[in-house]
Design a protein around this ligand. Structure first.
Ligand SMILES: [Zn+2]
Ligand SMILES: [Zn+2]
Length: 337
C-alpha cells in the first residue's frame, strides 16, 4: 500500500508510492546541450553584463576584466529593482507595494563547459563565499527582509538555454511563504520542547541511517522522509546554526565537498538530471512588533536539492500535496556510491 507521509517541517502531505523495484534508469535524462551562441557570463565577455557587484579575483586583476573565479552581476532583466521605496499601500481590499528588491546572477565559473558539480572543491568554496558576501552586504539594506539563493540546472528546471553555470540571488522585502511555514513550525515546536526540530530530525536520521546519502565532519545529506520529488536531497549543517552567513571558514570547504559529492552522485545515478537547488535560510532579524525572539534557537538553515524528473500535475497544484513514485529510502540506496 502507498503511504500518506506528513512533512514534519511544513505539515505538507506527500503520497509515497509503495515499490521496491525502482530503476534509476526510468528517470534518466538526456544531458542538456550547451548552446555555442554568445555567452555574457564567460571570461572575456565582462563588458556585456552590468558592472560586477562582487567577484573573487586573481591578485592584480581589475573589476569587470578577466581574472576572476566567481563573479556577481545584477540581472540585466531583473524581476525586482533595487531603486526606490517600497510604498506599502492598500488598493481596495488588496495589499500592494513596489517591485523593489535585488536580482543578481552569480557566475560560478569563468568557463562555459563546467557545471557546478564539475568544479574543484576550492572553486565551489568560492561560490559559497560569494553567497555569504552578497548576503552580508544586502542585510545592510533595511528595506529587505530576506535573501533567496537558488539555482536552476538544466532547461527543464528553468535554466537559461545559454547553459553557463550560474546561481541566482533575490533580495526580497518579504519572507517567502514557503520559508514562513517552516519558521512557524520550528517556532511552535521550540515553544513546546525547547529544542530545534531540525536538530531532532538530524539525530534520528543519523541513528536510523535509512535515508542517509552522505556525511562529513560538518554536514549531513539525506533523502527527507516526506520527499516531494524522486531523489530529493537535503543538506544540513550538523551543528545548530540558524543563519547561513555565520558559516565558518572550515565549514565552507566541507559544504563544498558534500555538495559536490551529492550532485555528482545525482548526475551519475540519473544521467545528468535537471534540478533546482535552494538555500533555506532565516530572514534578516529586524526588530518588529510581534516578531519572535527564539528564531536563532529554533531555526536551522539547510539546502534543498529537487531533481526535476517528473511533472507537477493538477493534483499537486490543486491539493498542495505531492505524489512521489520513489520512496526516499530507496532513493537514498540508489544514490549511495
Ligand atoms: Zn558562458
Ligand atoms: Zn538545529
Amino acid at each position: 500500500m502507498s503511504q500518506m507521509r506528513k512533512d514534519v517541517f511544513t505539515g505538507r502531505w506527500v503520497i509515497t508510492a509503495e515499490t521496491t523495484t525502482v530503476r534509476p534508469s526510468d528517470f534518466h535524462f538526456k544531458k542538456f546541450a550547451r548552446e555555442t551562441t554568445f555567452c555574457p557570463f564567460c571570461e572575456t565577455n565582462e563588458a556585456s553584463t552590468p558592472p560586477e557587484v562582487f567577484a573573487i579575483r586573481k591578485p592584480g586583476s581589475s573589476p569587470n576584466r578577466p581574472g576572476w573565479s566567481v563573479r556577481v552581476v545584477p540581472n540585466s532583466n531583473p524581476r525586482l529593482r533595487i531603486e526606490g521605496e517600497l510604498g506599502r499601500r492598500a488598493e481596495e481590499f488588496h495589499d500592494l507595494m513596489n517591485g523593489v528588491g535585488a536580482h543578481e546572477i552569480i557566475a560560478e565559473t569563468p568557463r562555459h563547459d563546467r557545471s557546478l558539480h564539475e568544479l574543484e572543491i576550492l572553486e565551489i568554496s568560492d561560490v559559497i563565499r560569494a553567497y555569504v558576501a552578497r548576503m552580508v552586504d544586502l542585510e545592510g539594506d533595511k528595506r529587505m527582509r530576506y535573501v533567496l539563493i537558488f539555482k536552476n540546472h538544466g532547461e527543464e528546471a528553468g535554466a537559461h538555454t545559454i547553459g553557463h553555470s550560474i546561481s541566482q540571488l533575490m533580495a526580497l522585502p518579504v519572507t517567502p511563504g514557503a520559508v514562513k511555514t517552516k519558521l512557524i513550525t520550528a517556532r511552535d515546536y521550540f515553544a513546546l520542547k525547547e529544542r530545534c526540530i531540525y536538530c531532532d530530525v538530524l539525530q534520528q536520521e543519523l541513528k536510523g541511517r535509512k535515508r542517509l546519502i552522505a556525511e562529513n565532519e560538518d554536514f549531513l545529506a539525506f533523502a527527507p522522509f516526506a520527499s516531494r520529488f524522486p531523489f530529493e536531497m537535503a543538506v544540513f549543517p550538523k551543528s545548530h546554526n540558524s543563519a547561513f552567513s555565520r558559516i565558518s571558514a572550515g565549514q565552507v570547504e566541507s559544504l563544498a565537498q558534500i555538495l559536490r559529492d551529492v550532485l555528482r552522485r545525482l548526475d551519475h545515478t540519473l544521467g545528468g538530471p535537471p534540478y533546482n537547488l535552494s538555500l533555506q535560510d532565516r530572514p534578516f532579524l529586524r526588530p518588529r512588533a510581534g516578531y519572535w525572539n527564539t528564531i536563532d534557537e529554533d531555526f536551522h538553515w539547510h539546502l534543498e536539492i529537487l531533481p526535476q524528473v517528473v511533472r507537477i500535475t493538477g493534483f499537486e497544484w490543486a491539493s498542495g500535496f505531492f505524489y512521489n513514485p520513489v520512496p526516499p529510502e530507496i532513493a537514498a540506496r540508489c544514490l549511495l556510491p
